[in-house]
Design a binder for this molecule. Structure first.
Ligand SMILES: *Cc1c(COP(=O)(O)O)cnc(C)c1O
Length: 364
């Protein structure tokens, strides 16, 4: 987290400690409301289309589980779909007889939009893809998918967990009907925070899978009414400090500008890919045409967990992807795991040179 964000978190928690939880919430009412307006500016939508939730997984699931599927309905998705989302598709497939179709990739490794077009028929109830996959290095062509979805009148759910704060994400330009955000990744916000965007038209066609007395209101012993805005997807009880700090994280990203953030990340990631490609026994695994700040690689000499551990000894933080998270994609590609080095705009060229040097020594 950048300093203004972590300071906000501390300030809020300190106030809760000093004057109390409800009292702090009242004192910070306008600042807590800011997250809806900041997110609306970030995504080019209205504040009424934003819900504040615990994380991106939950945001996505709240939208997904709002759809009512019938036997024979189809969901079109990508090979690089996030593991939790695939689990949700399969659960609904088992419950309702839905068919889950993984649209093939093109030769570059991004979703093949021509294949997607050819798979559209009357049974397709949802197009649901991941924008920037967790471990693929690519940006899927979301606006092209959005055009296809719109032309066919099919709702389009976008997992933009890795893309928001990383590249410009404009819901009008993309044409998605719902998307999810996490605070903790490229937005540099607090952990345990997330946002759901849900398009106004869709908001009124769907019902949240769970309701509480913030999302709805009991008006008699037999009746309730659901709120009209996206807050119908929220909980009454919220992580308020996180909400306050998340708004500040979004404003912070907006103050740099998402296009500048994307350019800076792209330059650093290209340099990292280039330097990794110079090291014997390292293979950069990134797919796609448009690349992102997640750089993935493997080595013939060391397994991903070993590389992660050895780099940590040099104060270099990377993560690994293996198992459930990317199973469909990794099975299709015939790989078991990768190391992920995610660069952000605050990384430096010097750090990338150091990283490549350390890794090179490890491999020789
Ligand atoms: C990390 C990730 C998620 C989960 O985000 P949380 O905020 O941790 O729930 C969802 N989708 C993708 C593509 C991710 O990389």
């Amino acid at each position: 987290m950048p300093t203004p964000v972590s300071e906000a978190l501390h300030r809020y928690l300190q106030s809760e400690e000093q004057i109390g939880g409800y009292e702090t919430q009242a004192k910070y009412a306008d600042a807590l409301d800011q997250v809806y307006h900041s997110a609306a500016r970030l995504l080019n939508c209205s504040a009424e289309e934003i819900a504040y939730v615990e994380n991106a997984t939950r945001a996505w699931a709240l939208a997904f589980y709002s759809f009512r599927f019938n036997p024979g309905d189809k969901i079109l998705t990508t090979l690089a779909e996030y593991g939790s989302n695939v689990i949700a598709y399969l659960q609904q497939a088992q419950r309702f007889g839905v068919e889950v179709i993984f649209v093939p990739n093109d030769d570059s490794g991004q979703i093949d939009t021509e294949a997607l077009s050819n798979l559209i028929d009357d049974h397709v109830k949802l197009i649901s893809i991941t924008h920037i996959p967790t471990a693929g290095g690519l940006v899927n062509p979301a606006p092209e998918v959005g055009k296809i979805a719109k032309a066919a009148g099919i709702p389009f759910l976008l997992d933009s967990c890795q893309s928001v704060g990383h590249i410009p994400v404009d819901v009008e330009a993309i044409g998605c009907d719902a998307l999810c955000i996490t605070g903790r990744k490229y937005l540099r916000g607090p952990r345990g925070t997330g946002l759901l965007y849900i398009r106004n038209e869709l908001l009124h066609q769907l019902e949240p899978p769970v309701l509480d007395q913030h999302a709805a209101q009991l008006i008699s012993s037999t009746e309730y009414t659901i709120r009209s805005d996206a807050k119908r997807y929220e909980n009454w009880e919220q992580y308020c400090a996180g909400k306050y700090a998340l708004a500040i994280a979004i404003d912070y990203a907006l103050s740099w500008g998402l296009k500048s953030i994307q350019n800076r990340i792209s330059t650093l990631a290209a340099s990292l890919r280039h330097q990794l490609s110079q090291i014997d026994s390292i293979q950069v695994m990134d797919e796609g045409i448009e690349k992102c700040g997640i750089v993935t690689f493997v080595s013939e000499k060391m397994a991903p967990p070993e590389i992660m551990k050895a780099l940590a000894d040099h104060k270099i933080n990377v993560s690994i992807s293996q198992g459930s998270g990317n199973l469909v994609s990794f099975n299709a590609r015939g790989i078991a795991g990768v190391v992920r080095a995610s660069v952000h705009y605050f990384n430096t060229e010097e750090e990338i040179v150091y990283f490549a040097e350390v890794l090179n020594k490890m491999m020789t």
